[in-house]
Design a protein around this ligand. Structure first.
Ligand SMILES: [Fe+2]
Ligand SMILES: [Fe+2]
Length: 264
């Protein structure tokens, strides 16, 4: 079994710019290297990795298992409950899994199943993006991350766009319509958003967090999770004429936005 490990070198006086990185190791070698230290989070750097040629204490920041083809094994991947970024990345994967289910339901034109699955998706996105990211992570980032305020504003705007598309898709379901273009736009936007967070934003955030901040963020996220009440699926019902007018205006605006070209 191979492991892919994101590490941080704990040698404070090192002058070479290799303090963080990602390596793949056989599990047996990793077990040997970590046996050197009592601290369970540390392992000794493998031969040749430190550019100064020493064996340095490396701290495990994130670890996943790889299959024989070198691909990350998603199922059963361990989430470090003390790592707020690891928790958010794992939630992205759960959200992405929902897309396959929705895709199948669209192919079957199963409106009732879509009504339920998109409600579940909206709840997951709201808990993840609207609460854990916007209410817990972003406020903590404003003072420690360069351009934190403007970066988080851009991300919030993307959250609004995704939620608005999802809401309009669900409103169409109430009219017995499956608006393929809206759900496709929503999925494309959300995939692009998740990629941006995983590969860019979270990488920046991760570097700013010390142990105390990580703990505060995890505590904040756990607190929100215990008090979160998901919106009930409710009954699908046809709208009144006035409600339909508002909906039609929204659909028109979305169509114009979609026709103008997608920015992701
Ligand atoms: Fe996210
Ligand atoms: Fe987000």
């Amino acid at each position: 079994m191979k492991l892919e490990i994101k590490y941080r070198c704990m040698q404070g006086s090192c002058c070479v710019n290799c303090r963080e990185g990602v390596i793949a190791l056989d599990e047996s070698l990793f077990n040997e290297l970590k046996a050197v230290y009592e601290d369970k989070e540390l392992f000794r750097s493998p031969k040749g990795l430190c550019r100064l040629g020493f064996s340095q204490p490396f701290k495990v920041m994130r670890m996943v298992q790889l299959n024989d083809q070198g691909e990350v094994i998603e199922e059963g991947a361990q989430v470090d409950e003390n790592d707020p970024i690891g928790i958010l990345v794992a939630e992205h994967k759960d959200i992405m899994k929902k897309f396959d289910e929705i895709d199948e339901q669209i192919k079957r034109r199963d409106i009732d199943a879509l009504w339920i699955s998109t409600c579940e998706l909206a709840n997951s996105i709201y808990l993840h993006s609207g609460l854990k990211e916007e209410e817990v992570l972003f406020p903590a980032m404003r003072d420690v991350l360069a351009l934190g305020e403007s970066l988080t504003s851009i991300i919030k705007e993307e959250h609004r766009e995704v939620m608005s598309l999802l809401s309009n898709f669900r409103t169409a379901l109430e009219e017995d319509n499956i608006m393929d273009s809206i759900i496709t736009s929503m999925i494309v936007s959300l995939k692009g958003h998740i990629r941006k967070e995983d590969q860019e934003f979270f990488e920046l955030v991760d570097k700013c967090l010390d142990k105390a901040m990580r703990k505060d963020l995890v505590d904040g996220m756990k607190k929100i999770e215990t008090t979160f009440v998901p919106a009930p699926v409710g009954e699908r019902r046809r709208r009144s004429n006035e409600e339909r007018d508002v909906f039609d205006d929204n659909i028109l605006a979305i169509k114009e936005l979609t026709n103008a070209g997608c920015c992701h």
